[in-house]
Design a protein. Structure first.
Length: 575
C-alpha cells in the first residue's frame, strides 16, 4: 500500500479511533459523492502504517464488510490485496464466522423450521397456494435435517444443483445474528479475531446483525472498534436498521465525523437532492464544489398513452440539444457515460424486448434466481446455447462445450467429437432456418442430439416451464445483455454506489410495486420515506445531467412547484 494519501478532518477523527490500546468507535456520515470509500481506504492505510506490526504479532485482522462483491473487489484492489484485511460482503463474512458450527446451526434451523410450521398450522389456509408449497418444503426439510452432518452456504438456493444441506442468504444472516447475541463465546471470538470491524453502507446492513454488532461494541468497548460508514438518506432496503440517522451516537461513546462536500455532481443536482433529503431525516445536507459546475436538471411530462420507446428517444435528443453533450445522441451508453433507470426489472424487459419470457417465468419457483441471473435452467440457454449460436469457428465451439459440459470429454475420441460437431451444427441450423424458434422447440432439437446434458427440472417439472417454452428463444439475447450489466438500463435499487455522467430516470406507474409512489411525489410534493430515499439515490447518481421522465396526464400547472424551476419542466406531446 502507498504510504501517502490525502487526509480530511473526518479522516483525522477516524484515525484517533484506530488504536488497540484506547479504541473508539465511530459513525461517519458521508453523503453521495463525498468520498466515503476513499475515507475507508485511508483508514486501512493508517492501520497499515501504525499498528500493523501489533496486529500481525497477535495474529489479529481487520474486517471490512461491504454491500456488493464489486465494492469488495474495489477495496481489495486499492489495498493491494493485503492479507491483514479481511474484505468481503456481509453474507460471505458471516458465513466464515458460522461455518463449521454445524451442531449449533442444525439446532437453530430445527427451531426455526418448527416455528414456521407451527405458524402455518395456527392459521386458516387454502390448498394449492405458494404458501402451502412453502409449508410442504419446510416439512420435508425438517425431516431431512437429522441426516445432515455439514452445512454449506448457497447464494442460489433455487438452482438445480442446490442440496438439502444448503443455507441461503437470509438464513446465514439470521443464524449469525442469533449466535452473536446469544452465545457470549461466539461474540468474544469475533472480537479477538477482529478487534477492528468496519462496515460500508451500514444503513443497508441487515438490522438484526447491526443490532448484534452494536451490542458487542457496547460490551467490548475497551478492546473493539466498530466503524460505520454510510448515508442514512440512501437506506433503500427494508432489511436495514431504520433509526441509524436518529441515534444519539455521542451518548454511546461514538465519534461522528462528517464529509459534507459532494465531489460528484453539479450544484443544481445537489440542490434538488438536498430538498428531497431534507424530508428524509435531519442528517446534514451536502455542499457542492466549484469545479463540478452547475449541471442540468429537466423534468419531462409525457402522456401515459404515448409510445414510450419513441418518447425516451426524443428526450435524449432534447437533452443533447439542451446540454450540448453529444453522449445523449449515443444509441447505447457504455459504463459511466450514462444510465437509464427503471423502478423494476420488468420495465427494462419491456424496453429491451424480453418481457414475454420474463412474464412466462414470474410465477415459477425459479423466478428469484431468474432475476439474479443464477437460474441454472435459464443459464443453460444464456451461457451455453446462446454462445454456441454466436460462435464463429470450431475452436470457439470446443471452448464453450468444454467449459460448460466437461463430462463430454471424459472419454474423448473422434466419434464423440464428431457427435458434438454434428449436434452444434443442428442447433445453429435450427435457429438460422427459424429465427422465431421457441425455447421449447430448441430444447427438442437439443434432445435429439443425445449428447448434451439438459437441466433435470425441464424433464422433472415440465409444467413449471410450459409458458416459458412457448416464448421466442431470441429473447435470451437481450436478457443476457441486461442480466450481465451490459445494458444502459439499471434498476433504481441497483445503481446505489454508482455514478454516471448522464442519468435518465423513468417514473412510470406501470408497475405492481406499490411500496413506491414516485409519481405522487412530483404531483403532490409528498411521499413515504421509502419513495424519498429511492428518489434521493436516483438524483445523486448523476454527475452532470439528470433527465426525469414522468409518465402522467397531470398538466404542468398542477404539479407541485417545490422541486423544479418553471423552465426545467417540459411537456411532451404523444407519440
Amino acid at each position: 500500500m502507498n504510504n501517502e494519501y490525502e487526509r480530511t478532518e473526518a479522516d483525522k477523527i477516524i484515525e484517533e479511533c484506530l488504536s488497540l490500546h484506547n479504541p473508539k468507535s465511530f459513525f461517519l456520515f458521508a453523503g453521495a459523492g463525498s468520498g466515503k470509500t476513499r475515507s475507508l481506504v485511508n483508514a486501512l492505510q493508517y492501520i497499515n502504517n501504525t499498528i500493523r506490526d501489533q496486529l500481525v504479532l497477535l495474529d489479529k485482522h481487520v474486517a471490512v464488510i461491504t454491500f456488493t462483491n464489486a465494492a469488495a473487489e474495489e477495496i481489495k484492489n486499492r489495498t493491494q490485496y493485503d492479507s491483514l484485511f479481511t474484505i468481503s460482503t456481509i453474507h460471505s463474512f458471516v458465513w466464515q464466522l458460522i461455518k463449521g458450527f454445524d451442531v449449533d446451526i442444525k439446532k437453530w434451523l430445527k427451531d426455526y423450521l418448527q416455528s414456521k410450521i407451527n405458524e402455518y398450522d395456527s392459521k386458516p389456509h387454502k390448498s394449492g397456494t405458494k404458501l402451502e408449497a412453502s409449508y410442504n418444503k419446510q416439512l420435508e426439510r425438517l425431516k431431512q435435517l437429522e441426516t445432515i452432518k455439514h452445512f454449506n452456504y448457497d447464494p442460489a438456493p433455487e438452482a438445480a444443483n442446490s442440496g438439502k444441506d444448503s443455507l441461503n442468504h437470509s438464513e446465514v444472516l439470521k443464524i449469525c445474528a442469533h449466535f452473536l447475541t446469544n452465545k457470549p463465546l461466539f461474540a468474544k471470538m469475533l472480537v479477538q479475531k477482529f478487534p477492528i470491524l468496519l462496515i460500508d453502507e451500514s444503513q443497508d446492513t441487515d438490522k438484526n446483525l447491526m443490532e448484534a454488532f452494536l451490542s458487542i461494541q457496547n460490551k467490548f468497548a475497551d478492546c473493539f472498534t466498530l466503524g460505520l460508514f454510510g448515508d442514512t438518506k440512501q437506506r433503500i432496503y427494508a432489511t436495514g436498521k431504520e433509526d441509524l440517522g436518529d441515534i444519539d451516537w455521542s451518548s454511546r461513546g461514538f465519534k461522528t465525523p462528517q464529509k459534507p462536500q459532494n465531489h460528484r455532481s453539479g450544484s443544481r443536482i445537489i440542490e434538488l437532492a438536498n430538498k428531497i433529503g431534507s424530508l428524509i431525516d435531519k442528517t446534514p445536507t451536502q455542499n457542492p464544489v466549484p469545479d463540478k459546475g452547475e449541471g442540468c436538471v429537466r423534468l419531462f411530462l409525457a402522456p401515459t398513452n404515448t409510445n414510450k420507446s419513441l418518447t425516451e428517444s426524443h428526450v435524449k435528443e432534447q437533452m443533447a440539444s439542451i446540454t450540448g453533450d453529444s453522449l445523449w445522441n449515443k444509441e447505447n451508453w457504455q459504463d459511466k457515460e450514462g444510465a437509464t433507470l427503471v423502478l423494476e426489472h420488468r420495465m427494462a424487459a419491456v424496453r429491451m424486448g424480453f418481457v414475454e419470457m420474463w412474464d412466462a417465468l414470474k410465477n415459477t419457483t425459479e423466478f428469484d434466481s431468474v432475476k439474479s441471473g443464477t437460474s441454472q435452467e435459464i443459464n443453460f440457454f444464456k451461457n451455453f446455447v446462446l454462445p454456441l449460436l454466436q460462435s464463429k469457428n470450431a475452436f470457439d465451439t470446443m471452448k464453450i462445450t468444454r467449459k460448460y459440459y466437461k463430462n463430454l470429454f471424459k472419454q474423448i475420441c473422434k466419434e464423440s467429437l464428431r457427435s458434438i460437431s454434428e449436434g452444434v451444427s443442428r442447433i445453429k441450423a435450427a435457429y438460422t432456418e427459424n429465427p422465431n424458434i421457441t425455447f421449447g422447440e430448441m430444447l427438442d432439437v437439443i434432445k435429439t442430439c443425445s449428447i448434451f446434458n439438459i437441466p433435470h427440472k425441464y424433464d422433472d417439472e415440465p409444467e413449471n416451464f410450459e409458458l416459458f417454452f412457448d416464448t421466442k428463444l431470441s429473447q435470451i439475447i437481450p436478457y443476457a445483455k441486461y442480466i450481465d450489466g451490459l445494458s444502459e438500463f439499471k434498476t433504481h435499487h441497483g445503481v446505489k454506489g454508482l455514478e454516471f455522467n448522464n442519468v435518465m430516470a423513468i417514473i412510470d406507474n406501470d408497475t405492481k410495486w406499490r411500496t413506491y409512489d414516485e409519481t405522487n411525489f412530483f404531483i403532490t410534493g409528498s411521499a413515504n420515506k421509502d419513495t424519498l430515499r429511492l428518489l434521493y439515490v436516483i438524483c445523486t447518481r448523476a454527475k452532470q445531467n439528470l433527465a426525469i421522465i414522468l409518465y402522467t396526464d397531470t398538466p404542468k400547472n398542477q404539479l407541485n412547484q417545490n422541486w423544479f424551476n418553471d423552465d426545467e419542466i417540459i411537456s411532451l406531446s404523444s407519440f
